[in-house]
Structures are given as structure tokens and as C-alpha cells.
Design a protein around this ligand. Structure first.
Ligand code: FEO
Ligand code: CA
Ligand code: CA
Ligand code: CA
Length: 581
């Protein structure tokens, strides 16, 4: 690993080593506290967590969901209490059905699909800190949004659109990966691998070109919900698919409000939705996380404050663009607007709703640049530099994806013209390469003293300018020599100084887990990070079974009769100072 003793003034902690332990490890002088693991009741008198997986679907609707991902801390306290009281809004990306049910996932029933739906979505939970310890508390704001919560649509694609209209109510959000938050205080949750929930046993069904472009298949992604709930049968309910793939806005301060799918932001496998503004016009960056997919941004057409005063949503009024990256380090944003460029009737597009419903095909038509799986986007609060994690992929040898087989990933940086995020051209470079120099050529470009890591995913530049990097090495690669990941250990979080290029490893996670989601109190003394899918099968640690769900991990309870649980962890310093400094 790296020396961890560079000279960056931003990085003030001692590096932690590579780990294969079933633990969260943080630097000396820091503490870790587990908060709101999967199954925690939202109310004190709510249904208690049952460690054998036997909580019902109804119980799960009143408990924290599974597999925490993106999240944001909204302070509710005033003054210095802003650092002690707030709403933690957390995505629950997907479910591990081997762990979700007491009898595993061989056979699905309507009750089991109901529980799986209830374990997806978003949790809004009031939390409070006393004496350095955080707890979740009863609050009128506490709520669950699940795969079965009524939702509404806004923007150019409506529920009346022929491709969405059906007798089924519009319900739920699924595969809520990363997130965003708006200047007006709402939360954005992003639908990523939604196609995997749909399938059919109808052997006469074949996917349309539009369905294939998003990976919709008869087999689905292994959830088998279509065998127990016709809503997820693509042959019986083909419109249901088109209700997913959107960015969803939730107002955490209006617990009775209906989540809104904001269709002007396009339909892709959204990783996150990072919002910035210039002269009151908002810009939303969003990656489409699949090998060879694209990077997008939405640019608001008018002042968001003016639109809000008029009772209109700033997320409904603007233009969606897709990025092209030239090999000479420049790039442009190309509009995805019906009637402009190649998005015409002659090319098969019917209107703006059609362009947005088939965003990937529209981006293909305008010649967008394929990327190695664009995941999180973060914007430096002072320099305006935009960082994008390209986690891994094989999208080919262009300057922006310089490795032909990119198993370790890299972090792209670009600067919008004049530092103005609403501009339509930019310059770019590669800020950091991940990798293991002992494996060449994949270790090419990696400084010899850089800490070993791979598959960067979660990113956040904190208010001081530290770039936090969270990794998501897949469980099929973790710790394996055959995948060139045997020197890298469990997934981790690192901090980088974008000015000096130094990276230092800050945290390592439990076995089988991914590190994701990152948010902090305004004073930076409590940092919240999510531990997703601890105990997920890895080729290295073995496959869990219903009889032995702990084959890989039993974090965080370490109860011999229990099972691993995704959770938020809160990181603090024993001296109470700012994290990372
Ligand atoms: Fe859900 Fe691309 O990570
Ligand atoms: Ca991710
Ligand atoms: Ca990932
Ligand atoms: Ca994940």
C-alpha cells in the first residue's frame, strides 16, 4: 500500500491498512458507531427486528429498508443544534433475498414480493446526537417510501402517455442507488438497475428494441417477482417498465407528500443526481451506470427561485444534455431536444416525451461518448471542478477511457467553460487512476506510492475540498488473484487532495460489503457512511445459505443466530474535531 505520510494539509489522519477482517476499521483517534441497521423500527413502539428474517411485509413497511446506499443529512436543529439534530434520508438500493426471508429465495410468494418491495425505496428518519452518540428518535417526519408507495409523474412524460398508461396505479420507486438534494430542501433518489425486477415465463414474449436497450429480458435479474406478482410480468404489464428509470423528488419535511418522478431529467439507469446552481439556474449531473453508457446534465431554463414562487418545479423546466469527450481534452454538451439535430421524426422520434422515454437511444443518435460505467458526480465547492467516478468497464480505447480493459477504474475531472456549470463546453482530464501497479498493464498510470484501491464509486468533495472516494469492487472480484484484486482487500473509503494528487486510505469495510453514501453534519464533526450488502457472497469467502447466512460476514451484530445487516455508520473523532483534517 501507499506510505500514507504525504504532505497534504487537507489530510490529517494516519492511513489504515488493507483489510479482510469482518469489521469497519477507521484511523487511530476515530470512533465508529452503527446506526439504523436494516430492520430498525422507525417508531419506538414499531415492530421489533427479528434476527431470523421472519418479519412480515407489513413489519418491513414500518422498519428501515435493506441495503443502504446514497443519503443526505438535513439539519433540523437551529444554530449549533444543526450539528446535533436532523433528518437522515437514506436510499435502499436492492435486496438480498437469501437474507431477507427465513426460507431463502428458491420460491417467491405474493407476501415475499410484498416484503421485498417494502425493503426497497427510501427511509426518512429523525436522528439526534448527545454526548457524541447518535440515536434515531420518534418524529412526525419519520416515513418509508417503498416499491409500493403511490407516486406521481411530472414533466414531459406523464402517466397519460400511451407507453405508461394502464389500469394499474403508479406505485413505488426501485433500485434507489445514489442521490442528490436541491437548494429548496428536497431529496432526489435515483432509479438505477430497475430492469432486473421484471421478467416473464411467457415463452412467446420477446423484448422490443426500446426494452432491449435497457436490458429488459424474460429471465430478469434473478428476483423472480414476476412468478408471484403480475405487475412485474413484462408480457402481462409492459407499461409498468416505463414507470421506472427516473429521478424521484421527495420532500422530507412534508411527510404526507407524494414522491414525484421528474421526467425532464431523462430515463436511464440513473446513478445519482448532483445539483449545483449558477445565477439561480440549477444544473443536475447524472451518470448512467452501465458499461459504455453516457454522462448527462440537465440545465434549468430560468431562476429556480422564480419558478418556485410561481408554484412550478425547477426540475420540470430545462434541457437535458449528454456529454461528448474529444481526445484532445475538450468536450461539449449535446442537447436531447426533439426536432434538433438527429432527434427528428425522420429518425423515428415522435416528440420530446419519446426522446426522454428512450433517452439512451436519443443519446446514441447524437453520438454521445461511451464511458466506463459513470457512477457518482461531485462538484468542488470552490474551484467548480466536476469529478466523475468511472468505476470499471471495457468501453474501448479512447482518451477518456484509456485502458482497454479497465478493471480498476479512474476518476474523471472536467471544468465547465468559464467555471459556469450552465455552459455547454468544457475541458477535461483524468484526476486519479485506481489500480495495482504489480499487475501491468492494468496498473499503468498509478503512482507507485498510491494506496491500493479499485472500482471507485461514491464521491464527495467536502466543504474543505477533500475528495472522498468510496469503492465498490464486485463480490465476484473481491480479494481474488484471478481478478487481480487479491492485494486490495475489502471495499474501502479514501480521501484525496485534488490539488496535490495525494490519496490516503481512511476506512475499510466488513467482508462482502460495499462502502457507499456519504453526508456530514454542517460542522464536519460527524460523517455518515453506508455499509451496503455485508455478507454478500464472494468467491473468496463463500456462499451464504439459509442454514448458514453468516458464511461471509455477520456484521454488525455478530449474533450466531442472526444475519448480516446493511447499516449507516457514524464516524467521529475522540477529540471532537473535523473528520479528515
Ligand atoms: Fe448502484 Fe452504480 O451503483
Ligand atoms: Ca454506486
Ligand atoms: Ca458500483
Ligand atoms: Ca450497490
Amino acid at each position: 500500500g501507499g506510505s500514507g505520510h504525504g504532505s497534504s494539509r487537507l489530510l490529517g489522519f494516519a492511513e489504515v491498512p488493507i483489510s479482510t477482517a469482518d469489521a469497519v476499521v477507521v484511523p487511530e483517534g476515530y470512533t465508529v458507531q452503527v446506526l439504523i441497521p436494516w430492520g430498525t423500527p422507525l417508531a419506538r413502539n414499531g415492530p421489533a427486528w427479528k434476527k431470523d428474517g421472519s418479519n412480515s411485509a407489513a413489519d418491513q413497511t414500518l422498519q428501515v429498508g435493506m441495503h443502504h446506499d446514497g443519503m443526505h443529512f438535513f439539519p433540523t436543529g437551529r444554530g449549533s443544534d444543526a450539528n446535533r439534530e436532523g433528518l437522515l434520508v437514506v436510499n435502499h438500493e436492492y435486496v438480498d433475498q437469501k437474507l431477507l426471508f427465513p426460507d431463502g429465495d428458491a420460491v417467491l410468494t405474493p407476501e415475499k414480493v410484498g416484503k421485498a418491495l417494502a425493503a426497497h425505496g427510501v427511509s426518512v428518519i429523525a436522528i439526534r446526537q448527545q454526548g457524541g452518540k447518535w440515536t434515531n428518535v420518534d418524529s412526525r417526519y419519520n416515513r418509508r417510501v417503498t416499491g409500493a408507495t403511490p407516486v406521481t409523474f411530472s414533466g414531459p412524460v406523464t402517466l397519460r402517455h400511451a407507453e405508461l398508461a394502464s389500469n394499474n396505479a403508479a406505485l413505488g420507486t426501485l433500485n434507489n442507488c445514489a442521490n442528490g438534494h436541491t437548494p429548496w430542501g428536497t431529496y432526489l433518489t435515483c432509479e438505477e438497475n430497475w430492469n432486473s425486477y421484471f421478467g416473464t415465463t411467457d415463452t412467446t414474449w420477446t423484448p422490443s428494441a426500446a426494452q432491449s436497450r435497457y436490458g429488459v429480458s424474460a429471465a430478469g435479474g434473478g428476483y423472480k417477482w414476476h412468478t408471484a406478482d403480475a405487475r412485474f410480468d413484462v408480457a402481462k404489464n409492459p407499461k409498468e417498465l416505463n414507470r421506472f428509470g427516473w429521478v424521484v423528488e421527495i420532500d422530507p419535511f412534508a411527510p404526507k407528500s407524494t414522491p414525484v418522478k421528474r421526467t425532464a431529467l431523462g430515463r436511464i439507469k440513473h446513478e445519482g443526481a448532483t445539483v449545483v446552481e449558477h445565477d439561480e439556474r440549477i444544473v443536475v449531473y447524472t451518470g448512467d451506470d452501465e458499461n459504455g453508457e453516457y454522462l448527462y446534465k440537465f440545465v434549468g431554463s430560468q431562476s429556480w427561485k422564480k419558478l418556485r414562487r410561481e408554484g412550478r418545479s425547477p426540475l420540470d423546466h430545462g434541457t437535458l444534455y449528454v456529454a461528448t469527450f474529444a481526445d484532445n481534452g475538450t468536450g461539449t454538451w449535446v442537447p436531447l431536444v426533439f426536432g434538433q439535430g438527429r432527434l427528428t421524426a425522420a429518425a423515428g422520434f415522435t416528440d420530446q416525451a419519446d426522446v426522454l422515454l428512450r433517452t439512451r437511444q436519443a443519446a446514441d443518435a447524437v453520438g454521445a461518448t461511451k464511458l466506463d460505467r459513470p457512477e457518482w458526480v461531485t462538484v468542488h465547492p470552490r474551484t467548480g471542478d466536476v469529478f466523475v467516478s468511472l468505476t470499471n468497464g471495457t468501453s474501448g480505447s479512447t482518451a477518456v477511457n484509456p485502458r482497454k480493459t479497465n478493471i480498476y477504474g479512474h476518476i474523471l475531472r472536467f471544468r465547465e467553460k468559464k467555471g459556469n456549470c450552465t455552459e455547454l463546453s468544457f475541458t477535461w482530464d483524468i484526476a486519479f487512476y485506481a489500480g495495482d501497479p504489480s499487475y501491468l498493464p492494468e496498473g499503468e498510470f498509478v503512482p507507485a506510492n498510491q494506496p491500493l484501491f479499485g472500482s471507485p464509486d461514491g464521491l464527495w468533495v467536502d466543504p474543505d475540498g477533500r475528495l472522498w472516494i468510496e469503492t465498490d469492487v464486485s463480490n465476484s472480484s473481491q480479494n481474488l488473484a484471478t481478478r487481480k484484486y487479491d492485494h486490495i482487500g475489502n471495499n474501502q473509503m479514501l480521501a484525496a487532495d485534488p490539488g496535490t494528487g495525494e490519496i490516503r486510505r481512511f476506512l475499510t469495510g466488513p467482508r462482502g460489503s460495499e462502502i457507499t453514501g456519504i453526508t456530514a453534519t454542517p460542522d464536519g464533526t460527524s460523517l455518515f457512511v453506508n455499509i451496503q450488502h455485508p455478507g454478500e457472497a464472494t468467491a473468496f469467502f463463500g456462499e451464504p445459505t439459509p442454514a448458514n447466512p453468516r458464511a461471509v460476514s455477520n456484521w454488525p451484530d455478530f449474533d450466531p443466530a442472526g444475519r448480516p445487516r446493511a447499516a449507516t455508520v457514524v464516524i467521529r473523532r475522540k477529540d471532537g474535531r473535523k473528520i479528515g483534517s
